[in-house]
Write a protein that binds this ligand. Structure first.
Ligand code: 13P
Length: 360
């Protein structure tokens, strides 16, 4: 059923070198104070992903913003009255904020912060994929460009993908899925839907290794294994919990296990430690014993976000299209992308209101 239709077999995406911001205590304090003043002057709120630095996550919470998974980032930014949304994460997250809030100024600390899944799915190739299968609805992961979202029927995030696909399957639809082959394969397995899969993958999650994980688990038999569904099937097969970043944090908070092996970007450990300080958190192995890895469980694009860059962005003149790291999206693309994102938000709201069966 999982036929692979003519798309690049496995698009090869070369991640940039990892450059993480390191700050001394004094500089951190000074930068945070400066950013807080600028945010208040510019009516700005900070929406950060769990994979960004501890400094950005702390700043978001200290200033009434949010730290969350990509679904909640979209919902929070949309519901918040601030005129400027600062999105600390990767480009698709900033674009999603702009798509939902065209009247707001949306800025990011670094516009080069991309995503291997987004890069692996060029809009023209995706459109050809859709054109070749007019009998199928297209469902794309949020980790895609605005132009891909504009062509898609539905947008989903990891936190809601399985429930939406089950819903579409129950309605009798056959589907196209892009770009993450592992998440698509996982959703296909649990929903039974007929899906054609694009072959992209996340450079971070692709690197987790099942055999090394089994060995680590033998040494820590009481640990629960938590896996993000962008991981390979062999790793997902070892999981006690498979879920979005928020769902994995919730598992650390609520499960009785004293230890957890976590297969997702290690930026998430900051929040996990905050919600369950007494528990032991172990990184899932990325490349087997003695091997090197390209990602080492941390996204080099997420690492491009930092306090220094954020301060510089807020200090650059507002309305300057060449500065300020503001997101701009061509209106016809934005309006179409909005429709497919809005379906997801409406689905989530209807579920919450009890108008749809809650996904199992
Ligand atoms: P979540 O929506 O689970 O936070 O995932 C976002 C992401 O990009 C994972 O690589």
């Amino acid at each position: 059923m999982n036929t692979v239709f003519p798309v690049p077999l496995k698009p090869v995406i070369q991640p940039p070198a990892m450059v993480e911001e390191t700050l001394g205590v004094e500089e951190r304090v000074t930068l945070k104070a400066r950013i807080k003043t600028l945010m208040a002057q510019q009516d700005a709120v900070l929406v950060a992903h769990y994979y960004t630095s501890a400094d950005l996550q702390d700043l978001a919470e200290e200033t009434g913003g949010c730290v969350s998974d990509s679904l909640e980032m979209a919902r929070f930014g949309h519901a918040h009255p601030a005129q400027t949304l600062i999105v600390a994460g990767v480009k698709f997250m900033g674009e999603t904020a702009k798509i939902l809030n065209p009247e707001k100024r949306v800025v990011m600390p670094d516009l080069q912060a991309d995503c291997s899944l987004d890069l692996a799915c060029p809009a023209d190739e995706f459109a050809a994929f859709c054109d070749a299968h007019p009998d199928r609805l297209s469902v794309v992961y949020a980790n895609t460009s605005a132009a891909v979202k504009a062509r898609a029927d539905w947008v989903v995030t990891s936190g809601i993908a399985a429930r939406i696909v089950k819903h579409l399957h129950r309605q009798g639809h056959k589907l196209l899925w892009a770009p993450d082959r592992h998440l698509g394969d996982y959703v296909q397995r649990i929903s039974g839907a007929d899906m054609l899969l694009w072959q992209g993958s996340c450079v971070v999650h692709e690197a987790f290794k099942a055999e090394a994980l089994k060995k680590l688990h033998l040494d820590h038999p009481n640990a629960a294994v938590l896996v993000h569904p962008e991981s390979p099937e062999s790793v997902i097969a070892l999981a006690d919990v498979v879920g979005s970043t928020t769902q994995l944090i919730e598992a650390v908070r609520t499960l009785p296990n004293p230890e957890f092996i976590v297969a997702t970007d290690n930026g998430i450990f900051h929040k996990m430690r905050a919600v369950a300080s007494g528990k032991i958190l172990l990184e899932a192995p990325t490349a087997g014993e003695g091997a090197t890895c390209t990602s080492c469980a941390h996204c080099p694009w997420m690492a491009m976000n930092g306090l220094r860059k954020l301060a510089a962005v807020l200090e650059s003149p507002e309305g300057d299209k060449n500065g300020g790291n503001e997101i701009h999206i061509e209106e016809s693309i934005r309006a179409r992308a909005r429709l497919s994102i809005q379906k997801m938000l409406d689905f989530a709201a209807a579920e919450k209101a009890g108008q749809l069966p809650l996904g199992d």
